[in-house]
Design a protein around this ligand. Structure first.
Ligand code: SAM
Length: 202
């Protein structure tokens, strides 16, 4: 089964342990602390849309994408109910062109970390860089290799996995241990990684 179908099936079945139905504090704190000023934002792998909706309610102009049609439909329904304007797109970020570039802020929670191969992670990072304006920021929330053993849980990536993929395209502003916004006890450990796009040679 292809990756996109695997996620689609989970959205149809409602098997969504990551979907906490509220914004993630790792995102909201950065915005509330003024580290990410409002502007044009893109969420990658938005799932059912709570973080995109939070950004839209907090002054951002937002597009959000996911390759699951069911997730996009759910997110669109929530945004309508909350009366916020967000452009949702069903697409594969590794293959499809993102409309509306360039963005000043890109966010993903558990999308980048799903890629098992270093090469795919590099392509993902390169695509993020090309969708950002100069000096634009990317915040990625990434399952940590230092988390405890769990029966099910997010993919686990090491700091080295992250640095290998992003370093050519981004300056890492911080790479710090955190945990997902979650109702699980204990919540899954993550890397919260804030990056700024490097100026690419012409
Ligand atoms: C673990 S879920 C997290 C969903 C959401 N960010 C959240 O925190 O609730 C990962 C999401 O990324 C999406 N995704 C994974 N790879 C993708 C890709 N290449 N292009 C677009 N969406 C992708 C999946 O469909 C899924 O909705």
């Amino acid at each position: 089964m292809s990756e996109d179908n695997r996620f689609e099936k989970r959205y149809i079945e409602g098997n969504l342990p990551w979907d906490v139905k509220r914004r993630d504090f790792n995102l909201s704190r950065l915005v509330e602390d003024g580290i990410i000023p409002s502007g044009k934002a893109l969420e990658l792998g938005c799932g059912t849309g709570d973080n995109a909706i939070w950004l839209a309610k907090n002054g951002f102009s937002v597009r959000a994408c996911d390759y699951s049609k069911t997730a996009i439909d759910m997110a669109g329904g929530k945004a309508k109910k909350e009366n916020v304007l967000i452009e949702f797109h069903q697409l594969d970020f590794l293959k499809d062109r993102i409309p509306g570039e360039p963005y000043h802020f890109i966010f993903d929670r558990g999308c980048f970390h799903g890629l098992d191969q270093d090469e795919e992670r590099k392509i993902f990072a390169q695509n993020v860089a090309s969708a950002l304006e100069e000096k634009g920021h990317w915040l990625s929330l990434i399952g940590s290799a230092d988390d405890i053993m769990r029966e099910t849980g997010p993919p686990k990536r090491s700091a080295r996995d992250i640095v290998n993929a992003v370093e050519p395209f981004f300056e890492i502003l911080f790479l710090k241990k955190s945990h997902f916004e979650s109702d699980q006890v204990p919540p899954a450990r993550i890397w919260a990684c804030l990056m700024q796009k490097r100026k690419m040679p012409d």
